[in-house]
Design a protein around this ligand. Sequence first.
Ligand code: KIV
Length: 292
Amino acid sequence: MFYSNAEPYPLFANPFQFYFIMSVQKEVKKITTHTLQVMKDSGEKISMITAYDFSFAKLFDEAAIDIILVGDSASNVMAGHETTLPITLDQMIYHAQSVVRGIKRCLVVVDMPFGSYQGNSKEALNSAIRIMKETGGHSVKLEGGEEVVESVKRIVSTGIPVMGHLGLTPQSIYKFGTYTVRAKEEAEAMKLRKDALLLQEAGCFAIVLEKIPAALAKEVSESIHIPTIGIGAGGACDGQVLVMHDMLGINTEFKPRFLRKYLNLHEQINTAVKQYITDVKSGDFPNEKEQY
Ligand code: KIV
């Protein structure tokens, strides 16, 4: 039976086969923002990973990841920029469209890129609407606290779920000047606690806490009722997120303390491609069985 993206339901000679397939498909229980809230309330941790294309999104969804973040880290890991600032709304939309075509079950969160929401709440709403209409993603994420609360309220009021992002917010790297741990000092920690509450009140369904002390992340996670998703923020967050290139070991240079590498793809790919080159040069590939 041939399935294609354009033709999800082929014609069946036997109607029972059709009903069987439909009922199996119905069993795919999609993750929603409500599911995430239930997970926090019941103490089940939330898993989130970044993806930027169809093939990896499909792999991660099949592995039963809860959330795929189409992160603006695409600017770094896909486009090779030093920061997340250069990536455009059109480019984020392209990545998100590819991811959405690969998934069946997980929730897709799409980062709002730098410059697409900071101007005012109308600009923020227009950008969020473009993301939702053009990608089929399920929600958006933006960085900041008090400064973006009005925009969050306006986006949420139209029915678009919003994820917040506090702590080390990479779009502000030129303000911070460094990628080190944020909110170690009490004044910044106090602002972060207040921002988390404001984002919750504004209607965010979850908040990413990036690179802050574990004790502060624990305190914030316990003080708000919506889920927190940590990256370098300790084990008390309600979920964890990692950039796929980091956790799969595609990057070799990026080695922060919080990162756990689950594969060493850099080495494995390098070995595989070297072998391919050797086989091509020696005439070993293709052999007789590998041709028509
Ligand atoms: O863009 C991204 O990948 C992110 C994660 C680091 C949370 O925002």
